[in-house]
Design a protein around this ligand. Structure first.
Ligand SMILES: Nc1ncnc2c1ncn2[C@@H]1O[C@H](COP(=O)(O)OP(=O)(O)OP(=O)(O)O)[C@@H](O)[C@H]1O
Length: 911
């Protein structure tokens, strides 16, 4: 039971053997099967006949463009032929014959995926079909001869070209599938091109235009050459043919190789040998017997010009530019230009006039020597470029005005390079070539798909045909846009190993079979007729009737009367206007689409950028936070360590001071930074910079600290002395009221005492300040930030100490005065207490005699001794050998400021 399920991209049906078959159908790119997206580009249904639109029906009358084989119903379709090459013995031995290509009938082909193919793997996963059916205009099996193939494909095209039409035949297929074999042939098996050339010249026998003064230029125009240009053309042709002939004879000797000048490709002698084999075009005697020139227009002569160029890595190269031996290593590239009507043409392309098939073949061979071939893993002689051989035929009316009566028709044969998997290429250059080949073939596919879309959806949502996306499609554009017709030959090989590529090629070609030709130049008459037939608001019915009856499609435009032509012009104007508006709408739509797409892309990019920025910012923040934390930690650790070291040093110094400083007996200088106190810096190792810096400041500090301690001790002592003195003085004051004469002295002593007390208070305050300064200095030292500040602090501390020293000196002076005063008072008291009879020597009990006054302390009671001694605890004057008074100094005494003693009698010792 036939189970057929229409899908957007194909038809599934059950074959006799119950296997699901995927019939390729016309569908857009990325069609879906059972909800699964299939990778097909666009494919066709053989069962779906093309339904011509109303417009097509009106434009072309049945039979106008009918071509070859009488295949009714498909006359306007682009013809796509399939040719299957036979397997070689080597391929058979490698097990390439797995029956994956089955010809069902003349038009239908079935592909069954071999077990190791990618397609089979996809089928097993349920995302693709393993069996595909394709249909073509005609399928040619491996047994087809070159002659048969020519008869069925190109013969018709040659006839059309001689009638004034333009035709293109291009071969498409994977590499090593027989494209070049089909176009050029090998040895006695001449291909389509030599056969076509022979056919052309046979038909043109006796009708050739002998002069060389008309030359094809631009897209399809003719230029009249002057005598000089004609001469130049002749020289060029002769040298090309001569060089080619010479090359051929050298080739017969066998060993030459030469560089093609591109990418180091070498054309090796085996290719030359191959060309040698096809030196002559071998044609069966009767193959073109019935192709006479009876179809040719009366009175017209023909001039045949040929050109040969290739598209290699997206560059155009003239293969006839110069004879191979004269070529520079690096060939010049050709440019593509547009003529005034916007038709693309190859600028500065070499066109050579040929007068026979033999000459044309020799030109072809000369060009072939420049072509880019290389050995690949699949084909030892693989075409690495798309090559195009163009034959332009000038239809010359000798009697008419030159230029006006000359028409140009063209037959182009394009041997496309084979599509292939880039990953199979191990050589970088081959990979690049494969990439370019695949890209241009893909663009060709897109153009064909867009054309088909526009033909099927006219005029709702037309697509832009991307002809401009690559050189190949630009060169071939005219043949797809109504200025000619194209036929496609799909070559496949039945090897199982290239099944997946073959499947893709067939899918691509399947789209082309759906294409409909646009109105050709020849059908202009029919087109005008169809325009006149369209219901016109002010049309003349009788004229229309007349036109409809007339079979004018094949006639000349002069068959119309002027009214009809004027009406046609009106219609054409309206048509132009309509098309212009259509194009404007299309352009606006495209602009809008492009704009919105661009905006989407830009906003997407913006979003991406902002996200990236955000992420980067967060990352940077995190990184820098980490760095700051690390820095903080290490600084904290460093300063803690430093503080600990300082503390240790202070403790050590304090201990050392306690041990040594108190004794006051010429202590040995303390080691300021014993090795162990320097944060564990071991002996022999240089101290750190901070430690060196600290050592200087700490030395200073220690000195200041020591001096401070010394001052403190002195002050303490003096305080004790004072506290000891004061009650005694008060007691003395309370016991006796001194005589009037002594009041002044007592008052002076009191005042001095008060001053001394004041001085003491000031001293205490100064000490506090000094302590603060020291702390500041220590802190500054610990932070290790500002040595200058520390020096200032130390200088300030020095100043304070100097002041204190001065105060001390004053205090001492004051005390000495008090002492002297007290002594006088004591004498006074003694005198007052002594009875008039008493002698000065009897005052022993009190110890206030003259001896005491003389300072003999030995006679004083023991408890009084500290009182007097305490005034000069470390400065007991002694006499030197000369009897001069000398002050004893201690190590810790400081030099007071050099101010004179207030009294002038006492001097503080300087050390
Ligand atoms: N119909 C055929 N009959 C016999 N031999 C064939 C046929 N088609 C191709 N061959 C042979 O197959 C080989 C490959 O063919 P060819 O070089 O034409 O492939 P190609 O498609 O042009 O490859 P490429 O794209 O790599 O240039 C050649 O040796 C050719 O002679």
């Amino acid at each position: 039971m036939a189970l057929s399920m229409a899908s957007p991209c194909g038809v599934l049906s059950n074959e006799e053997d119950g296997m699901a078959v995927f019939e390729s159908t016309a569908a857009d790119v990325g069609g879906r099967l059972n909800g699964v997206t299939l990778p097909e580009l666009s494919i066709i249904s053989p069962g779906l006949e093309h339904r011509p639109s109303m417009r097509e029906k009106t434009l072309v009358k049945p039979g106008v463009a009918r071509q070859g084989n009488g295949d009714e119903g498909s006359t306007d379709r682009v013809r796509v032929f399939l040719r299957i090459r036979p397997l070689t013995e080597g391929e058979k031995e490698r097990g390439e014959e797995q029956g994956c290509v089955c010809v069902q009938n003349e038009e239908s082909l079935m592909l069954k995926a071999p077990k190791d193919s990618q397609n089979m793997k996809c089928a097993e996963r349920g995302v693709a079909q393993s069996v595909h059916r394709f249909s073509f205009s005609r399928i040619f099996g491996p047994e087809t001869t070159q002659q048969d193939f020519y008869e069925s494909t190109m013969k018709e095209m040659v006839r059309d070209v001689l009638r004034g039409e333009s035709r293109l035949l291009y071969t498409y297929g994977v590499t090593n599938s027989g494209k070049t074999y089909t176009v050029q042939g090998v040895g006695r098996e001449a291909g389509l091109l030599p056969r076509a050339l022979v056919s052309v010249f046979r038909k043109l026998q006796g009708r050739l235009y002998g002069a060389m003064d008309l030359k094809p230029v631009l897209y399809q125009e003719v230029r009249q050459l002057d005598a000089g240009e004609v001469r130049a053309e002749e020289i060029r042709r002769d040298s090309l043919l001569k060089e080619e002939g010479g090359m051929t004879s050298r080739m017969r000797d066998g060993t030459s190789t030469w560089d093609s000048g591109i990418g180091g490709l070498s054309i090796t002698s085996h290719i030359a040998t191959q060309l040698e084999d096809s030196d002559s075009v071998f044609l069966e005697p009767d193959s073109l017997s019935h192709s006479g020139g009876e179809d040719l227009e009366e009175g017209v002569q023909f001039s045949v010009w040929v050109a040969f160029y290739e598209i290699y890595n997206e560059f155009l190269y003239d293969l006839l530019e110069a004879p191979p031996s004269m070529q520079p290593k690096k060939r010049a590239t050709l440019r593509l230009s547009d003529d005034k009507q916007g038709n693309p043409y190859v600028k500065d392309l070499t066109w050579v006039q040929v007068r026979s098939a033999e000459e044309a073949w020799r030109v072809l061979r000369a060009g072939r020597r420049n072509q880019s071939f290389a050995s690949t893993h699949l084909n030892h002689n693989s075409s690495r470029s798309h090559s195009i051989f163009s034959t332009r035929i000038l239809h010359v009316h000798p009697e008419a005005d030159q230029g006006q009566a000359t028409r140009v028709s063209e037959l182009s044969v394009c041997d496309l390079a084979g599509s292939e998997r880039c990953k199979d290429q191990r050589n970088g250059e081959r990979m690049k070539e494969a990439n370019n080949i695949n890209t241009s073939l893909h663009t060709l596919g897109r153009c064909i798909a867009a054309l088909r879309h526009n033909q099927n959806n006219k005029p709702r949502a037309p697509q832009v045909v991307p002809f401009r996306d690559c050189k190949l499609t630009r060169v071939l554009q005219g043949f797809f846009c109504g200025r000619g017709r194209s036929s496609m030959v799909v070559n496949i090989n039945p090897c199982a190993s290239t099944y997946d590529e073959t499947l893709q090629a067939l899918k691509f070609s399947a789209i082309a079979t759906q294409l409909v030709h646009g109105p050709s130049t020849k059908t202009r008459v029919a087109y005008i007729l169809s325009l006149l037939r369209e219901p016109q608001p002010h049309s003349n019915d009788s004229t229309l009737e007349e036109d409809e009856d007339s079979d004018g499609e094949e006639g000349d435009i002069t068959m119309f009367d002027s009214d009809a032509l004027l009406r046609a012009i009106e219609v054409l104007k309206r048509e132009v206007q309509r098309q212009r508006e259509e194009k404007e709408v299309l352009e606006a739509n495209i602009r809008e689409q492009v704009f919105s797409e661009m905006m989407e892309v830009i906003s997407g990019m913006e979003k991406d950028f902002s996200q990236t920025l955000e992420t980067e910012r967060a990352l940077l923040e995190e990184r820098f936070e980490d760095k700051i934390n690390n820095l903080q930690k290490s600084l904290k650790r460093y300063y803690n360590q430093e503080i600990e070291e300082r503390d240790e040093q202070i403790v050590a110094l304090t201990a050392a001071m306690e041990k040594r400083g108190v004794a006051l007996a010429e202590p040995a200088p303390l080691p300021l930074f014993p090795p162990m106190a320097l944060g564990g810096v071991s002996e022999g190792l240089a101290p750190r910079r901070s430690q060196r810096l600290a050592s200087t400041t700490t030395g200073e500090l220690s000195r200041v600290r020591a001096e401070l301690d010394q001052c403190r001790a002195e002050l303490l002592e003096k305080k004790q002395v004072l506290s000891f003195c004061l009650p005694e003085l008060r007691c003395i004051q309370g016991q006796r009221t001194p005589p009037e004469a002594s009041d002044a002295l007592t008052n002076t002593a009191n005042r001095k005492l008060v001053e001394g007390q004041k001085n003491l208070r000031r001293l205490r305050l100064d000490l506090q300040k000094l302590g603060l300064n020291l702390q500041t200095g220590e802190r500054a030292c610990c932070r290790n930030t500002d040595g200058e500040r520390l020096r200032h602090a130390l200088a300030a501390a020095d100043g304070t100490l100097a002041k204190q020293d001065q105060t001390l000196v004053e205090l001492q002076n004051g005390l000495l005065l008090v002492k002297a005063d007290l002594r006088r008072k004591a004498e006074c008291l003694a005198q007052m207490q002594m009875p008039p009879s008493a002698t000065p020597g009897s005052c022993k009990k009190r110890g206030c005699g003259a001896g005491a006054a003389a300072g003999n302390t030995d006679n004083q009671p023991p408890e009084k001794r500290p009182f007097f001694r305490s005034f000069f605890p470390q400065r007991t004057p002694s006499r030197n050998k000369q009897g001069r008074r000398e002050d004893q100094t201690t190590l810790y005494s400081r030099t007071p400021p050099s101010s004179p003693c207030p009294s002038g009698r006492y001097r503080v010792t300087k050390c």
